[in-house]
Design a protein around this ligand. Structure first.
Ligand code: SF4
Length: 336
């Protein structure tokens, strides 16, 4: 089962609305990775804003914003900094370089989320039914996997840090199931060709200089303590939430959406009455249909014609079609 979501999925609707409010301003160049452009807020998406004359630009690296800011000194260049720990080093580098270069027209709208607190929140819930995790290889490539050792020990769940190729997923599932069958619960590293327990120390050092851990709201789940990053006070001049006074924009999710339960592994997309009727990838109502990597979007793409009880047969019917993230038998983090 998917979870606890991909960064696009778990970015709260109100943060999307805040981004859109900033992107609509005439003196703003709003920069984002491409996958956020189609994410709908309460009133359209970034493509809509661009078509209406907003200066919305896709960048391939956060550092592209520096070049744009130097070329447009009269405009405020805002980067939508979302993602797990994976994207945090490059986003931190943008804030760091902007401050070093005294580029006061660069700011970041930060909505970073952290995986370990989300896993703990899932395991601590009385409704929890997750027995093991495929841990996020991309996140651990930056952070190492030391943070997962106490979680596995405290909650007695196997956590296998796993890569993203199909064989990685299969081996990660095998290692997890072996632990369960043998009655063990430890952290194992399937992705050893890429990472170790320590992770990328220079990247972690930079993250620590620019960001501090904060409570963070996860779309569909709610606020999880200590589950995000925000800019440190030293970088307040580059904090878009402070510069643009958008913090009072609050948006409620549609009541019918059960994506919070899906992200926690309690229910499946087929259990939602809106699945493939009121809600589809063109008209997503909730977090898990927003991104192509979301559980509802994956079920829509590969299994919407199956009856509810057929959800478990997905891999027998279309083993070569299911994306790597959909093939995860247990819970794994999203891409970025
Ligand atoms: S199908 Fe749509 S409304 Fe239902 S849980 Fe998924 S995202 Fe939410």
């Amino acid at each position: 089962m998917h979870g606890p979501g991909c960064p696009v999925c778990v970015t709260p609707l109100e943060m999307i609305d805040r981004a859109h409010a900033i992107a609509r301003l005439p003196n703003v160049i709003f920069c984002s990775f491409g996958d956020m452009l189609r994410v709908p807020g309460s009133d359209g998406d970034l493509f809509t804003i661009k078509s209406e004359g907003g200066d919305v630009r896709v960048v391939y690296s956060p550092l592209d914003c520096l070049k744009i800011a130097r070329a447009n000194p009269a405009k405020q260049v805002v980067f939508f900094a979302i993602g797990f720990e994976t994207t945090a080093p490059a986003n931190a580098m943008l804030a760091w370089r902007a401050r070093e270069e005294k580029l006061n027209n660069v700011s970041l709208l930060v909505s970073h989320v952290l995986v370990p607190p989300a896993l703990e929140a899932i395991l601590a819930s009385p409704e929890n039914r997750v027995q093991g995790f495929l841990g996020p290889g991309h996140v651990c490539a930056v952070m190492g996997y030391g943070e997962y050792l106490p979680i596995s020990a405290n909650y007695k769940v196997p956590i296998v840090i796993t890569g993203f190729e199909p064989l990685d997923i299969l081996e990660g599932v095998l290692m997890t199931v072996k632990q369960l069958e043998e009655g063990r619960a430890v952290v194992e590293n399937q992705y050893s060709r890429i990472l170790d327990q320590t992770g990328n120390l220079p990247a972690q050092k930079l993250i620590g200089k620019v960001f501090e851990v904060s409570d963070r709201k996860w779309r569909g789940i709610g606020t999880i303590p200590h589950s995000g990053y925000r800019l440190r006070q030293e970088f307040a001049a580059h904090d878009a939430e402070k510069l643009f006074d958008v913090a009072d924009i609050l948006t409620l999710e549609p009541e019918i959406c059960i994506s919070g339960e899906i992200l926690r592994g309690i229910k499946k997309p087929h259990d939602c009455p809106a699945f493939a009727t009121l809600c589809d990838p063109q008209h997503p109502l909730g977090a898990t249909m927003v991104s192509a990597e979301g559980a509802c979007a994956a079920y829509y793409a590969y299994g919407r014609h199956l009856k509810p009880q057929g959800a478990g047969k997905l891999h027998q019917i279309a083993p070569d079609l299911a994306p790597a993230s959909a093939g995860a038998a247990l819970v794994s983090g999203g891409r970025a």
